[in-house]
Design a protein around this ligand. Sequence first.
Ligand code: ADP
Length: 275
Amino acid sequence: SPVNDEIGTLVNTLNLMLSRLEKAYNELDEAYKAQRRFVSDASHELRTPLTTIRGNIDLLEKMWSQTKQSLQQDGMSIVPLSQDHFQLSKEAMLDISAEAKRMSTLVNDLLALARADAGYVMDKSKVDMLSLTEAVVRRAQLLPRQADWEVGDLAALKGIDVYGNEDFLQQLLFIFIENAFKYTPQGSVTLSVQATDTHMAWVISDTGLGMNPEQVPHIFDRFYRADESRGVTPGTGLGLAIAKWILDEHQGSVEVTTEEGKGSTFIVWLPIDFS
Ligand code: ADP
């Protein structure tokens, strides 16, 4: 009967709405859990350097109070540190300085991602990619590295603009170069460029540690560091997560090819602005 038909349609519509609501709920729940994981990972990562700094300060305080005691006993105005204490305090201060530096990188990276999560909108304009690339190459010159650093012909970028944020685009290329340097203990790191009718690419190639292909899907996750990298090189595990955010904001993409022990190549694509 028509009434049955109408009820049937209504039930179908309700079911459809319900499954859509369910899907939206699951997505929200996922996002919420990811956010909570991020906050707990972040506080864990921040606590580690703080503990080291605290420990070293305690050590310095102890040595200092011993020095003060012997100063009172001897009535001397200058009490030289013993050779042992001198060495220990030097190491403690170097540790504090290294950890403070690590923390400051971490805090900067965390702030960038927190801003991204909060829906931060980048200022964008036409960016000349040849001069931007040259500027990053100059900055990269100053980075520590063991590998040779080769920059190919950048002419393919002549006259190419990308609609984007200059600072973030610089940071994007910098992240890939810095990683290539970090994970290439010997051999070479090469930057070259490509352009098609619609896109330009930076190609960052290294003959370094490479990765197990199974790790590749995870390297853009926050705090992910392949096992080999831990302990070997300092890092936050946030660089590529930031790179991914910057790429998404520019409708870009990245291709990764890698072989363990042989090296990796990252091809970073960005759409050309023709306006
Ligand atoms: P970080 O370098 O601070 O660990 P990233 O997010 O930049 O964090 O990179 C995540 C992981 O991806 C690194 O820990 C490393 O295992 C791997 N990785 C990134 N770039 C390279 C590279 N050029 N060669 C080998 N491994 C890499």
